[in-house]
Structures are given as structure tokens and as C-alpha cells.
Design a protein around this ligand. Structure first.
Ligand code: PLP
Length: 437
């Protein structure tokens, strides 16, 4: 049972999980603790140890753990017996979210999208986006990019690059052609022009696509950043070849890069946008597929799901929009902290050139490139031993990724980065001591 008074209890053993939980669990292997309580940027385990959270539920907790404004709205709603689950029936909670989303996000940005409430995972929002694009265009092929990650259900998995995840699919990955992401070959190779050429050549072997799906910053794929110019070129290519442009903003959205949508700076207007993770703000499951009104060709219930009406998530999502997105001040703070994060990571990289080759990412979604899993896991473990939860990203786990809450204080951000710097120094010393091959 949950018990906030950790001092009175013996820590729960891992044996329960070893005995009962599937081997598929992953984060628990990196962070061997039983977490019990969380507030702001901090997690606490069963034994009373505190950890600074630089993982934030993989960007599902952009506003930190249990933000008081969001929590208060939910407690008030539950205390009044507000509807918890409503399938996709109308509910006051849903109306409040939609009205806040229109007022705080769409209208100020001059955007006009219909909102589809999908099943509450990112993968389900992607499934809906891909199905919709195929239905609209009557085509089956979709262009996705190297190192892209879009989820692990079969449709989304086909668009995901990572061999480990694709290998778990159990069926051939169908209906997706992978193209090279911005900078995949080198800084000079124009991968957008290559894609355009492939799509223009009737003999390239690439079927005409229903859609091009892309992340502006590849969250799981190594924090590779698409430039604004490249994104605009991809948008033009999509238009030229009558394919829909889908931006997967599941990880990079909700302010992570310093604007609500990660593509705002690029000035593009995607046909479809997928969102999940930090939408609800409190870590409650909720996902959306946004489509331009002319693309809303669904028949009622054609893509459905029992948990499309998570009213608790709608309540906290509306509260998050009211609290953080009434003006640009929160986003400006995220941009300021993101710059600071970039500077500190650059310093760490330059002091540890033996293992750190550079800084990746954008906004509050940045990381250190350290070559491979040996080094990154040493860093992650050393950081955890000092009370910092931080994870890796990239096909070879070559990037140590900082996904701190966007609400983190400057002092906590620096404290976590001090721990990270020390962990990188430990890994660097270890690498220096290794005999050369
Ligand atoms: N798309 C992107 C860009 C993601 O980062 C993720 C998850 O990390 C997903 C889709 C899948 O989301 P979920 O894990 O909620 O299914």
C-alpha cells in the first residue's frame, strides 16, 4: 500500500517484480529502486532516497511531478464526483480541454485543426495518423526517416527505424519506406533533395506515399535535429507529391523545444500532428491526432478505443494550458534554460574529449554524444549512484539525454548537471585507463 511515511517502513524488495513482472520491463533495470513519491523535479524511493529526475517520464512530465495547480484541479473535480471515463461521449471535462486548446494554443498561432481523441498512447495517435493519411490518399506507402521512433504497435513500428524494436514485431514491417533524416550522411548531403529525386523517379522503386512522417528532433533516435530549412523542404516535397505531412510531436511537443509545437520556428503547417506524453501535464494517459479540417474524413467510430475519454486527463490538460500557455513567458523560460543546458553540456564535452564528441538536440531536449552503450551506461550508473535519474538515446545508446522537467529551478538544473559532469569524468577516467586495442 502507498505510504508517504517511508521512515516507518522496510524498503520493498525487488523480488516481487522479479517473480511477477514480465522480462519486458526496461527502465527498472537501469534504475534499481522502488519509487514511492514524487514532487516537482524530485523522485523519492521506498528507502527514503531522493533522486533528481532528468528523465521526466520520457518527456511525459514536462511540468514536473504532481504540479500543485494541476493536482488541485483534479482533486477538486474528483471530490465533486466528476465523470472519470466517458468513452467518446460529450463531457464537460472534454469541452473544457477543447476550449482551452483552441484559446491557448490554436488561435494564438493562427492554426486550424480538428482534434481526434485517440487511445491514450502515442503509438495509437500515430496509428490513427497513418490510417487517416492512407484513407485520404488511397495510397499505402509512407515515408519515415532513419532513426525515427513512432511507437511499437505494428503500424507505428513499421515507421520506427530501430532494429531492436522492429525485431519484436513478429510480422514483416509493411507499408513504409525509410529515407535519410537531415544530416544522416554528413552535414553537406542534401537528404531532402535525395528524397525528392527518389519520389520523382518512376523507376526508383519507392511507391507514391500517402504521407511523410517526421520528428523535428528525434527523441529516441539520438536527439538529431532537423533544420528549419530541411523541414520546409520536406513540406514542399510532401505538397509536390500530394502526400500528407505528419509531424510526430509526441516527445518534442508540449514546450520541450521552447515552443508549444516543436515545428513553430520552422514556419510549416503540417496536415496532421500527433501528440501525447505531456499533454495531460500530470502524467495521465492522453493522446491526440490533429488534422486540418479538410482531412477529417473519418466515419464515426472508424478508429476507436475504450479509453478515448479520460476525463481526469482532460481536466489536468486544461489546467496545464491555463497555467503555462496563457502567454509566452513559460516558453521564454524554457528557451533560456535550454540555452544554459546547451552551454553546460558543451563545457562537459570539451573537458572530456576522450569520450564526449559533442552536444545534440535543441531546447530542453539535449544530450551528450559519448560514442556507445559502454560509456553511456557507465555514466548513467554513476549518475544514479549520486541521485540523478538520466537515460540514453540513439541506436547505440550513444547519447546521454537530459529531459529535465521544463519547470525545474536553475539550482536543481545545475545540481543535476554537476552530478552528470562528475559521472562523465568518472567514465572518462575509466576510458583513459583502458589498454588501447
Ligand atoms: N512518437 C514519438 C516521437 C515518441 O517519442 C514516442 C515514445 O517515446 C512515441 C511516438 C510512442 O508513444 P507511446 O510510448 O506513448 O506509445
Amino acid at each position: 500500500m502507498y505510504d508517504a511515511d517511508v521512515s516507518a517502513r522496510t524498503p520493498r524488495p525487488f523480488a516481487t517484480f522479479d517473480r511477477l513482472e514480465s522480462k519486458v520491463r526496461s527502465y527498472s533495470r537501469t534504475f534499481p529502486a522502488v519509487f514511492n513519491r514524487a514532487s516537482g523535479s524530485w523522485l523519492y524511493d521506498d528507502a527514503g532516497s531522493a533522486y533528481l529526475d532528468f528523465l521526466s517520464g520520457c518527456a511525459s512530465l514536462n511540468y514536473g511531478h504532481n504540479h500543485p495547480a494541476l493536482k488541485a484541479r483534479l482533486i477538486e473535480y474528483m471530490a465533486a464526483d466528476g465523470v472519470a471515463h466517458s468513452l467518446d461521449m460529450h463531457s464537460v471535462a472534454k469541452a473544457e480541454f477543447l476550449e482551452a486548446f483552441e484559446a491557448r494554443i490554436l488561435r494564438p498561432r493562427g492554426l486550424n485543426y480538428r482534434v481526434q481523441f485517440t487511445g491514450p498512447t502515442g503509438a495509437n495517435a500515430v496509428e490513427a495518423a497513418l490510417k487517416l493519411a492512407r484513407k485520404i490518399t488511397g495510397r499505402t506507402n509512407v515515408i519515415a526517416f532513419t532513426n525515427g521512433f513512432h511507437g511499437v504497435t505494428l503500424g507505428a513500428l513499421a515507421a520506427t527505424g530501430n532494429a531492436h524494436h522492429r525485431g519484436g514485431g513478429g510480422l514483416p514491417a509493411l507499408g513504409v519506406t525509410h529515407a535519410a533524416f537531415d544530416g544522416y550522411f554528413s552535414d553537406d548531403a542534401d537528404t531532402a533533395a535525395q528524397l525528392d529525386q527518389m519520389l520523382s523517379d518512376p523507376s526508383s522503386g519507392v511507391d507514391r506515399p500517402a504521407a511523410i512522417i517526421v520528428e523535428t528532433v528525434q527523441g529516441e533516435g539520438g536527439l538529431n535535429v532537423a533544420s528549419g530549412a530541411w523541414l520546409r523542404a520536406i513540406e514542399r516535397i510532401a505538397r509536390r507529391h500530394e502526400a500528407l505531412l505528419i509531424i510526430d510531436d509526441i516527445q518534442a511537443g508540449c514546450g520541450r523545444t521552447g515552443t508549444f509545437f516543436s515545428f513553430e520556428g520552422a514556419g510549416i503547417k503540417p496536415d496532421i500532428i500527433t501528440m501525447a506524453k505531456s499533454l495531460s501535464g500530470l502524467g495521465l494517459p492522453m493522446a491526440l491526432t490533429l488534422m486540418k479540417p479538410e482531412h477529417d474524413v473519418w466515419k464515426p467510430g472508424e478508429h476507436n478505443g475504450t479509453f478515448r475519454g479520460n476525463c481526469h486527463a482532460f481536466i489536468t490538460a486544461a489546467a496545464a494550458l491555463d497555467t503555462f500557455w496563457a502567454d509566452d513567458s513559460f516558453a521564454a523560460e524554457v528557451r533560456r534554460k535550454g540555452e544554459h543546458l546547451g552551454e553546460r553540456l558543451s563545457q562537459i564535452a570539451s573537458r572530456n574529449r576522450l569520450i564526449a564528441s559533442g552536444v545534440r538536440g535543441r531546447g530542453m531536449m539535449r544530450g551528450l554524444e559519448v560514442g556507445g552503450a559502454d560509456v553511456s551506461s557507465r555514466i548513467v550508473q554513476a549518475a544514479f549512484a549520486q541521485g540523478l535519474v538520466i537515460e540514453t538515446s540513439g541506436a547505440r545508446d550513444q547519447v546521454v539525454k537530459v529531459l529535465a522537467p521544463l519547470t525545474i529551478s536553475d539550482a536543481d538544473l545545475d545540481h543535476g548537471l554537476d552530478i552528470l559532469a562528475a559521472a562523465v569524468a568518472v567514465a572518462s577516467t575509466h576510458a583513459a585507463a583502458q589498454p588501447r586495442a
